[in-house]
Ligand binder design. Structure first.
Ligand code: 4UW
Length: 532
């Protein structure tokens, strides 16, 4: 298909025709209707335990859990927090929440108790569901008694002080309520993102946002019923949650879950399960492209690889394709938590590009100062508009208004340009966000933590470029007068308080003054230019 993808006013569109996105279907009905077609095929499998669930079991299992949740008193609009690595129960629970209108808010399972506490404070969850090894972190997070709103504590498996998820799986389904939905307005999930500035915020994605994004992906990144997909990327993050889980489950493929990246298990899983489709982030593409251990395994079943969440360089793509000659497709996807997530997919294997807009999605590049729309190969901020754009940040209208304008355009905070065919290239970031191996690190969060250190007078945190990880969180610290605090002290201080992805792996540099503009905003580009 060839379509004109650049209009005369420099607005980019898809090279596929727009599609019909129903406005009246809920997420769970959309998914269940698809699942019903695939009968006794295995839908999900846990590689570590061998546990599976068939397509024919999904609807009934989720409805039982939904009934159990309603029996406990959970109602439409309540928030449920999940603190778990990837497993089948996670997927079942998300769909069960959808059935009764409960907002599903997943937290990063590597969080410390302090980090988890912040998410509880923000989302006011009435129930928490944890993986068994993480139950003690939940207990610590909830200590202190300010969380009387968390009325129910469940665990996948068994843990002291927690009720077992098994109880909900065994519900007889009789308490399932009639719930009326407005899929265009009702929230399905509340993942967290720091957006363009500040601390992580809950992102309200509606049923329709997520249905739309799955339908939009069907032409640009089709999944076949014969596909076996790798379920390694974390389900708490939007890429795992929507793209991995549901683009496969709505197409009849099978997802094999792994709880974390462990090189041998990862390769063994691909080899044994004959994985055909691998959703990856750039450091995993680097691993497959370069690591000697990869040659010890037969991973020739892999035919299509998708990379997203951070830039994938053309050099790494070429090295990867050179080594894995059976791979027919290596494409990049681009998007944000705030766009459910996908806005662009590279279908043309133009290495280094994030590709065309997906159907029903517009794009434009605007001048950083004047916001004037720019033309071919002119550099500016990338903006997107489409049915996958979030409803807004939870309890934060100001941050919503800063990012999404009244005419629907979302300002991504990413910098790039487009070529003569309408393909987009992203090569820089205007926003504060640091990406360590595809995971979000909000500099404002580390800065606030470091300002709490008794010997730190001022600080700025930025991402230092790194070939393997993408970026490494790096602190520029102004010591208090007379302080002799060392780099090691500061690194240690942070390490004890944050998830592994947020550690100061780029180190600490001591400076005399943090460069700021007159209103006190940190001039991160000046720090990068002067010190990196
Ligand atoms: N190239 C350069 C990229 C790219 C990128 C994202 O944590 P969030 O909010 O969201 C994500 C979403 C990942 C994703 C989107 C679409 C897709 O198809 C897919 O899989 C194939 C994965 O990570 O971070 C959003 C920010 O992450 C950067 C960019 O800065 C964006 O604003 N980012 N994908 N291909 N940068």
């Amino acid at each position: 298909i060839y379509r004109q993808t650049i209009s005369s006013d420099h607005i980019l569109t898809s090279n596929f025709p727009d599609i019909d996105i129903p406005k009246d279907v809920t997420f769970h009905e959309f998914v269940f209707n698809r699942c019903d077609k695939y009968g006794d095929k295995v839908a999900l499998e846990e590689f570590a335990t061998g546990k599976t669930i068939k397509y024919s079991q999904l609807r009934e299992t989720c409805l039982k859990v939904a009934s159990g949740l309603h029996r406990l008193g959970l109602r439409k609009g309540d928030v449920l927090l999940t603190f778990s690595t990837n497993n089948i129960d996670f997927t079942v629970l998300m769909l069960a929440c959808s059935c009764i209108g409960v907002w599903f808010s997943p937290a990063n399972p590597t969080f410390t108790p302090e980090e988890l506490r912040v998410q509880f404070q923000q989302n006011g969850a009435v129930a928490v569901f944890a993986a068994a090894p993480l139950a003690s972190t939940v207990t610590q997070a909830l200590e202190g008694g300010q969380f009387s709103h968390v009325a129910h504590k469940f665990v996948f498996g068994e843990a002291p002080g927690f009720e077992s998820f098994q109880k909900l799986l065994e519900d007889d389904g009789s308490a399932l309520p009639e719930v009326t939905f407005d899929p265009m307005d009702d929230v399905l999930v509340l993942p967290y993102s720091s957006g363009t500035t500040g601390l992580p915020k809950g992102v309200m994605l509606t049923h329709n946002n997520c249905v739309a994004n799955i339908l939009q992906l069907e032409q640009s990144l089709p999944v076949a019923a014969t596909d076996v997909a790798l379920g390694l990327l974390p389900l708490y993050h939007i890429y795992g949650m929507v793209v991995v889980q549901f683009s496969v489950l709505t197409s009849g493929g099978q997802v094999v879950y792994l709880p974390k990246f462990e090189p041998e298990q990862f390769l063994k899983c691909i080899q044994e399960k004959k994985v055909t489709l691998a959703h990856l982030v750039p450091p995993l593409v680097v691993f497959l492209a370069k690591h000697p251990m990869v040659s010890d395994y037969d991973i020739t079943s892999v035919k299509r690889v998708v990379s997203g969440a951070a830039p994938l360089g053309a050099d790494i793509s070429s090295t990867f394709l050179e080594r894995h000659k059976q791979v027919e497709f290596l494409g990049q996807g681009f998007g944000l938590t705030e766009t459910s997530p996908v806005t662009n997919v590279d279908t043309s294997m133009t290495l280094g590009s994030v590709g065309y807009m997906i159907p029903n999605t517009e794009g434009k590049i605007v001048d950083l100062e004047t916001q004037k729309v720019l033309g071919q190969r002119e550099d500016g901020e990338f903006c997107v508009r489409g049915p996958q754009v979030m409803k807004g940040y939870f309890n934060n209208q100001k941050a919503t208004d800063d990012m999404v304008k009244p005419d629907g355009w979302l300002f991504t905070g990413d910098i790039g340009y487009y070529d003569e065919k309408g393909r987009v290239y992203i090569h820089d970031r205007l926003k504060e966000l640091i990406k360590y191996k595809g995971s979000q690190v909000a500099p404002a969060e580390l800065e606030a933590l470091l300002l709490g250190h008794s010997e730190v007078a001022d600080v700025a945190v930025i991402g230092k470029p790194d070939e393997n990880a993408g970026e490494l969180p790096t602190a520029f610290v102004v010591r208090k007068k007379g302080s002799e605090v060392t780099e090691q002290d500061i690194v240690q201080f942070v390490q004890e308080r944050v998830a592994p992805s947020k550690r100061l792996r780029g180190g600490v540099q001591f400076i005399d003054e943090v460069p700021k503009n007159p209103s006190g905003k940190i001039l991160r580009r000046i720090i990068m230019a002067n010190y990196l």
